[in-house]
Design a protein around this ligand. Sequence first.
Ligand code: MN
Length: 699
Amino acid sequence: MLRQYELVERVKAYDPNADEALLNRAYVYTVQKHGSQKRASGDPYFSHPVEVAGLMTDLKLDQETIATALLHDTVEDTLATIGDIEANFGPDIARLVDGVTKLSKIETMPENERAAENLRKFLLAMSEDIRVLLVKLGDRLHNMRTLHFIKSPDKRRRIARETMEIYAPLAERVGMYEYMREMQALAFEQLEPEAYATLTGRLDQLRSQDHGQVDKVALAMKQALAAAGLSVTVWGREKQPYSIWRKMAERHVAFDQVTDIMAFRVICQSTGDCYRALGVLHTVWQFLPGRFKDYISTPKSNGYKSLHTALIYENSMRVEVQIRTGDMHHTNEFGLAAHWAYKQGDRPDGQVGWLRDLIEIVDASHDAEELLENTKMAIYQDRIFAFTPKGALFQLPKGATAVDFAFAVHTALGAHTVGVKINGRHVPLRTPLENGDVVEIVKGASAEPQLSWLAFVSTGKARAAIRRAVRAKERAEVVEIGRRIFEEIADRLPAKVGRKAIRSALERLGLEDEDDLLHAIGAARLTTREVMEALVPGSTADMPEEPGQKRAISIKGLRPGVPFQLADCCHPVPGDRIVGLEQAAGPEQSGEVAVHVIDCPVLADQAGADWLDLSWGDRTTGAVGRLRAVLYHRTGTLAEMAGIFAKNNANVIGLDLTERREDPFHTYVVDLEVQDLAHLTRILSSLRASDSVAEAERV
Ligand code: MN
């Protein structure tokens, strides 16, 4: 294990200005917090964060990243909190540690909940700062290196599979090929133990037969290049069992047929030398057509630069060759990490969203397919990934709230939401979720979706479910009004109304079921008389005409034959002082007269016009008064208002919910057929006396 002073010296070697005290504090803090905890290897637990910090120094990362690596498991596995980290190490390091802690949540999720692709997206979206991702990859690499200490084979396989499916591809995504290869090699050993044993055996055998072939080929290349005046370094290696195994699987061939077992790297001093070296190698040895790739003139989207070719050595052996400069090599092996470490000096703020780095690279890429691949990644930045308390992962658009989350989990859960806890704390329902939040929905058996939620939900699913529920509830209220009116109608009938009468009434009226009938009555689409006739045909023969059946409005003070209309703005009823306004007349006929209440605001606007002094005729019936009522928004208030209208013999012509204020109030505008002003006034007084009504006034 790296000792404290060694770690500090490593950082000082590439960053002489590093804050030694900070690194020492972080080292001591992790040792203290992890205390006597042990790893599966029997080592003290703190050896793990210290090794991860060591890996980060290999990447030459800044002191904040080194401190984060040291502290990365303290919040997850010890009593330390993010608040403690912030108090001791400041907000930047606290944010990074928090990021790594959240990434670790993925490992506690039940396996069936996490599709690998989903998880890779999650990790990318979570890693707003690439340093978080780098620490996480270092953490995983070290855990893989020590995987063989874990006793349970199931657990080893689970961790290996996770590494193969999630972390190795992720390392590849960000260009960290060295991490990727080592993770794959270690995971392969666990996942395919037999294949691993066979391949390792065959490779050992080959090595003992060919007496240092790799070194021989490397030397031959170096000599050929030196003869052409090129000073290079050549590295040769046998391929990893995993990459041979993958080749066998991809090409459906046996081990003996995998001919390119050896791979070489030629490190040149300049880009020009790379192309010159390529020319020399292609002249001295035969090359395989179709295997040459120029990633220097067209780098991969993650910044990878190199020339690739394959040669036939001594007429039989295929060898792969990669040619690149030392700078290219460093960037290639450590990808965005190298990019980040290299560029941080330019940045006054010392940190940057890793996505911006990625975009720079994407911009430099000419490969449409790779570009598309990376644009897809940018899309995840608009997503939020949140968990249920049991660890199921849900993907939502940025800005989504707990209510969206509840409906995403299940429509029934959304419908019964009364409150929410995010990361264990009660918060308002409208709180936007953040990546990695654990969202616990508090349910209520009788809770129902609220219209006010529409103001903050952002998913279509939640929106549609809320609308549906509110509509159903409104319908239920209208049905309830209909039931009150229906009971009064039934009382007036000579015979008792039974099932049979209702069934035949439904048939006559062309309605589906009883609820439809009650809804039609409640919404004033059927008059009392129509309902009575449908239930008991002939029952209304002797009844006097109902108001509304025959509207008889007469107005005195008009010239004979002049058409008139009661104005829509003030809805005059008998008893109101009224005046007439002649509408603009055409050339051949005199205009219609609009009848207004004398204090109607429309009249004030037309002060220049001639007012006709009018009065009501004696037998006027069926005038429509309009009123506004503000009801408490709870079950039954609308039905009670309808009952008041029925008791006062006022026919409802129209009922509109005009304004839904946030609970507890709803405002309705009601058009009522009334006998006169006194009748309307009586109704208003009854409304005001009711517990269900907050306000009632004439419009
Ligand atoms: Mn760890």
